[in-house]
Design a protein around this ligand. Structure first.
Ligand code: J2J
Length: 552
């Protein structure tokens, strides 16, 4: 039987009972859990965003007041709200307010555009959306209005900054309240079940359409506790979050939520640009931060160029999201002065990491091991047979914070999950005899552009909208800064011409996130195929690597 809302796949009852018995699931909703520190440390600073500094008492007050106002707007528990906000205090207060009220945030990225947002709004049947008024020259508010006109369920638009008539100013919703104790008591009395969905994360995506991952209060709280433990988070931790906060890694591994749970301080920046990030690390005495390999590399280069003393407080730098080359890993401690923690995680659950006291060899050459004793990991061959240590194969995983299926995606579920609940992430992994994992590659059709995931199928299906394109294949090409970029191979109708500009223009007009737009086009007479008649992407990846090497 399912304890969670329709469309989600619950853990089998006997397993859920075991998770409770062993203390993995504590049956406390995230909203109250994350505000525990407000009782212990009311005066301590919880969130810093530029000039804004919120104490724990101030945060708790705003969160409860905001939860009350969201309910007054007509939203109710289990309703969905699209959250597309840059890193800032508003993101944090709104997310916690949603947890308090049982309203489910759908964690969209600031980079998403009409294509992704309309799909996600429809899939989640979102009733509300929270956006900034504009970022740079992109009018997020206008897009939200367009979505509300097109999607029947969507009728509440919350705007951070200058709200148009008819929309609600997000900062008004997130303002402090006056009757603190009463607001708290009301919310406590109506708290959501810890088995219910707390949030929707976006899948890195291998299928044609984006997928949503339901994370429950129970499973996400456990994710936060275990990652906080292995990263040694305490009240004294000062965390700098510069990656988009709606990603699982900076949100909860241990991230913003882990640091608030421990009573530490969260400092938010909308970008990892090194000058600003380093100045902030010094000003706030940051002890922990999170990077993708491309950002770690930029920070290393910036530090080598400037020789700044700004990083003295930084104790740990977590790096993950894509494979960190060993030679960059080896520079982290000597150049940045921080202990490297490699993290191989996924929004679908399983988090692996190196431990802070691991030998340097483990820290610099592996992606670590599962954070929880309850994580099950198998490395299997193509027939699903277990492989011995040292032999790379496909990773399968199950556990108390790895859900059993995507939201409303029965077909994707049959491909990504085995009948007995193992999630196949599509990564090719070697397990060493000491238990540490090394990510050797992947057998999923995805491009990992500096940690941002792009589904090849999604891009190809959009490119087929161009009449003159007869075949299309999106593949990764090697890139010295981002690791991979997106290259598109096509064949076209005889006599027709399709250029990179035409394709980029189409995707821009479709409203696809900029990071998914192909950066190089190769037009060929014929695409190579495998023995079973599928496009041979291995050959294409080799071909573009050869072309790039030749050009360089
Ligand atoms: C190689 N590939 C990696 C690594 C993720 C922590 C850290 C990362 C994510 C994340 C996350 C990798 N080396 N160190 O959610 O909490 C690739 C794998 C994986 C996919 C998941 C977290 N770390 N990857 O990246 O859901 O291919 O989560 O299956 O965005 O990223 O992507 P995503």
């Amino acid at each position: 039987t399912s304890h969670t809302s329709a469309g989600t796949v619950a853990w089998p009852d006997d397993l859920a009972a075991g998770f409770r018995r062993k203390g993995y699931w504590e049956d406390r909703p995230l909203g109250s859990l994350l505000l525990d520190a407000a009782d212990r440390l009311p005066e301590k600073t919880a969130v810093v965003d530029g000039d804004v500094r919120l104490s724990y008492a101030g945060l708790a007050n705003r969160v409860d007041a905001a939860a009350g106002r969201l309910l007054q707007l007509g939203l109710k528990a289990d309703d969905r709200i699209m959250v597309q906000l840059p890193n800032g205090w508003q993101f944090t207060v709104l997310t916690l307010a949603c947890f308090r009220a049982g309203i489910i945030p759908v964690m969209a990225l600031p980079a998403h555009r009409r294509y992704e947002l309309s799909f996600l709004t429809e899939l989640s049947e979102a009733r509300a959306i929270a956006v900034p008024d504009a970022i740079k020259d992109f009018d997020h508010q206008a897009l939200a209005e367009e979505l509300a006109a097109a999607v029947p369920t969507l009728d509440v638009i919350l705007v951070s900054g200058a709200a148009n008539t008819g929309n609600t100013r997000l900062e008004d919703i997130l303002a402090p309240g006056t009757e603190v104790a009463a607001a708290r008591a009301r919310l406590d009395a109506a708290a959501p079940s810890a088995d219910s969905p707390a949030l929707f994360l976006l899948s890195g995506g291998t299928t044609g359409l984006p997928k949503l991952i339901t994370r429950t209060h129970n499973d996400y709280a456990y994710n936060i506790r275990e990652t906080s433990r292995v990263t040694a988070v305490t009240e004294d931790t000062v965390y700098l979050g510069t990656l988009p906060a709606s990603h699982n890694f900076p949100l909860a591994c241990p991230g913003i939520l882990g640091i608030l749970y421990a009573g530490g301080r969260v400092v938010m920046l909308p970008s990892p640009e090194p000058r600003k990030a380093f100045a902030t690390i010094e000003a706030e005495q940051v002890t922990l931060s999170t990077a993708v390999p491309a950002v770690a590399q930029r920070w290393i280069e910036h530090q080598q160029e400037t020789g700044s003393g700004q990083l003295a407080s930084l104790q740990v730098l977590q790096v993950g999201g894509s494979r960190l080359p060993d030679e960059i890993a080896r520079k982290v401690k000597p150049v940045l002065g921080a202990t490297l923690q490699q993290v191989f995680g996924m929004a679908e659950g399983l988090i692996n990491s190196t431990r802070l006291d691991d030998p340097e060899e483990v820290i610099c050459t592996t992606q670590g091991r599962p954070v929880s004793e309850a994580d099950e990991v198998r490395i299997v061959d193509e027939a699903g047979m277990d492989l011995p240590d040292g032999v790379p194969g496909s990773i399968l995983t199950r556990g108390p914070y790895t859900p059993r299926g995507y939201y409303r995606a029965p077909e994707a579920n049959t491909r990504a999950f085995t009948p007995d609940g193992w999630y196949a992430s599509g990564d090719i992994v070697e397990r060493r005899p000491d238990g540490n994992l090394i990510v050797q590659g992947r057998d999923k059709d995805m491009i990992n552009r500096g940690g941002e995931k792009i589904s090849a199928e999604e891009i190809e299906s959009l490119v087929y909208r161009i009449e003159d394109v007869t075949m299309a294949a999106a593949v990764s090409m090697p890139d010295p800064t981002l690791g991979e970029r997106l290259c598109l191979y096509i064949t076209v109708k005889p006599g027709s011409e399709v250029t990179l500009q035409i394709i980029q223009q189409l995707l821009r007009e479709t409203g696809v996130a900029a990071f998914k737009i192909p950066e190089r086009l190769v037009v060929v007479d014929e695409l190579p195929v495998t023995k079973v008649g599928k496009i041979n992407k291995k050959d294409l990846r080799a071909d573009i690597a050869r072309r790039l090497a030749g050009a360089g």
